[in-house]
Design a protein around this ligand. Structure first.
Ligand code: COA
Length: 486
């Protein structure tokens, strides 16, 4: 498959590209069919009614098992391998939608019509121009920062260029809000849920303080608030492009109006217009990573937003949480492991050694999915489409063999360990010409859609997050003057 820049493709090339794009769609449909077949014995979930708060649930350390809120945005079913955004199956969205449509869907609760999509794309594109932010940002020593570090900084700087919080009329009113440090709920008291909730944000310009959590299903349409989300979705990609360019010793470049959001993300990083196939594969990768339940970075964004802090700081917290290797960095580890394995012949001894030492193998296993991760099912065949880059085809051959060896091992047979999204995403990004330090920023470029959507859903019925810790320390210690301490 030819992947050079296609500025003026010949007619036969256009036919070839269309074929390539429809073959991508077919690959995803095949993956969906396989997924359905593999998990048909698992029961289908039923639509849930909103629960009556407070709820009883079993909570583990790290809030495992805790139910913090209701959401209509996304759903993950680990037994069936389902990932659903606003009721739409991820396979359906990856095969048919664009990232722009998916962002709109997550934020507004429904797919846009043609006029809405055109307007949304226009706004998104205009928000990609972050002149003031970039002018300040490139004054910082970006070359000494990671791309994630630059992104974190840049997101906070974006606030100066655009923020509804600076407009006094839209500032939340603090009367009756529960303060962060106020232990208004005694340690021994059960959580009261909605009875004590404070609602600070207006619904549909009503200007009325909302005291009843019902009716549900309202979508936050306050235009300046939605624009802030669009601004963040657009700006995160621009900043990643700018920092990546500085790392290459080059100046940031402006987005191209002829490219999609995914195309511009690649263009602003590499300076080369992607081929339609590359653009579509990046688009699909963005769709697949846009939302995934109450993961750590989404939760971090929501916690900060629940204090009624500025949304730029809230999304900055999501970026910070994502930067940790336990969350955003597993795909880098996969590519490093494939390089360490070095050859297809070395896969079996490498796996044996890992299993004997009880080491974890990156790119396998998932906290929620106990079947093949649907995102990995989609990325796996796509990785095979882009292996014209020499190193990548070598890595893919090792990855295919690794998957085969693991599938026959005790990991899959007994522990239900399958490839997760990170197993193939790193290879896909490598094939798209991205170096490893860009893998987590690319994740952020997508997940910002989920962060903003979930934050705005949550603040409609906001209640500040305030879990408790069980104090296992001592009591009645006597204060000793410093000279008496050993
Ligand atoms: N390689 C080898 N063994 C693995 C494994 C992996 N990738 N993932 C899980 N296991 C084993 C564990 O060692 C454990 O074995 P044990 O019962 O003999 O102790 C068992 O499977 C259950 O593992 P556990 O860590 O409890 O699963 P989890 O659901 O809590 O963890 C992950 C999920 C993602 C943290 C874990 O699978 C992992 O670390 N994977 C590798 C990192 C990765 O790819 N992360 C990206 C996730 S999207």
């Amino acid at each position: 498959m030819k992947l050079d820049s296609h500025c003026n493709p010949r007619e036969d090339e256009v036919t070839g590209m269309k074929k390539d794009l429809s073959s991508i769609q077919q690959m995803i449909r095949n993956a969906a069919k396989q997924a359905r077949e593999d998990t048909q014995s698992e029961p289908e979930p039923e639509k849930r009614q909103p629960p009556a708060w407070p709820l009883d649930c079993t909570v583990g350390p790290g809030l495992e098992g805790a139910i913090a809120c209701e959401s209509r945005i996304g759903y993950v079913n680990g037994a069936k391998g389902w990932l659903v955004y606003r009721g739409y199956d991820i396979f359906d969205l990856a095969a048919n939608a664009t990232f722009e449509e998916v962002c709109y869907l997550l934020l507004h609760g429904r797919l846009p019509n043609a006029v809405e999509l055109a307007q949304y794309k226009e706004t998104l594109f205009s928000f990609m121009h972050l002149n003031q932010t970039l002018r300040i940002l490139i004054g910082f020593p970006l070359e000494n920062m990671t791309v994630m570090g630059g992104l974190r900084l840049g997101t906070n700087l974006m606030r100066q260029e655009f923020t509804e919080m600076d407009l006094v009329k839209t500032r939340p009113k603090l009367a009756n809000a529960i303060g962060a440090d106020e232990d208004s709920i005694a340690m021994e008291t059960a959580p009261l849920g909605y009875k004590r909730a404070t609602f600070e944000f207006k619904i549909k310009h009503s200007g009325r303080r909302k005291t009843d959590p019902k009716p549900r299903g309202h979508v936050f349409e306050e235009s300046s608030a939605i624009d802030t989300c669009y601004h963040l979705i657009a700006g995160v990609s621009t900043i990643i492009g700018a920092v990546a360019r500085v790392h290459q010793g080059k100046l940031p470049i402006a987005p191209d109006p002829d490219l999609s959001h995914a195309g511009n993300l690649l263009f602003m990083i590499t300076g080369r217009k992607p081929s339609p196939v590359e653009e579509r594969i990046m688009d699909i990768a963005l769709i697949l990573h846009a939302d995934h339940g109450m993961n750590a970075s989404t939760f971090a964004s929501m916690v900060v937003a629940s204090t009624l802090a500025d949304i730029y700081f809230s999304i900055g917290s999501g970026i910070a949480a994502l930067s940790g290797p336990l969350h955003g960095g597993a795909n880098e580890a996969v590519v490093r492991a494939l390089r360490e394995i070095g050859s297809v012949e070395n896969v079996e001894p490498w796996v044996e050694n890992k299993l004997a030492r009880k080491s974890k193998i990156s790119g396998f296993g998932h906290r929620v999915y106990k079947v093949y991760d649907p995102r990995a099912r989609i990325l796996s065949p796509l990785a095979g489409l882009l292996t014209n880059v020499e190193d990548s085809s070598h890595l893919l051959a090792i990855a295919r063999k690794l998957e085969k060896v693991i599938s026959k091992s005790e990991l899959t047979r007994q522990k239900k360990i399958f490839p997760n999204v990170d197993f193939y995403s790193g290879i896909v990004y490598s094939c798209l010409g991205m170096n490893e330090e860009l893998f987590t920023p690319l994740f952020a470029a997508s997940r910002v859609a989920g962060w903003t959507a979930r934050v705005f859903e949550y603040i409609q019925n906001n209640r500040i997050f305030r879990p408790r810790a069980i104090y296992t320390g001592e009591f009645n210690n006597q204060y000793l003057p410093i000279q008496n301490r050993s």
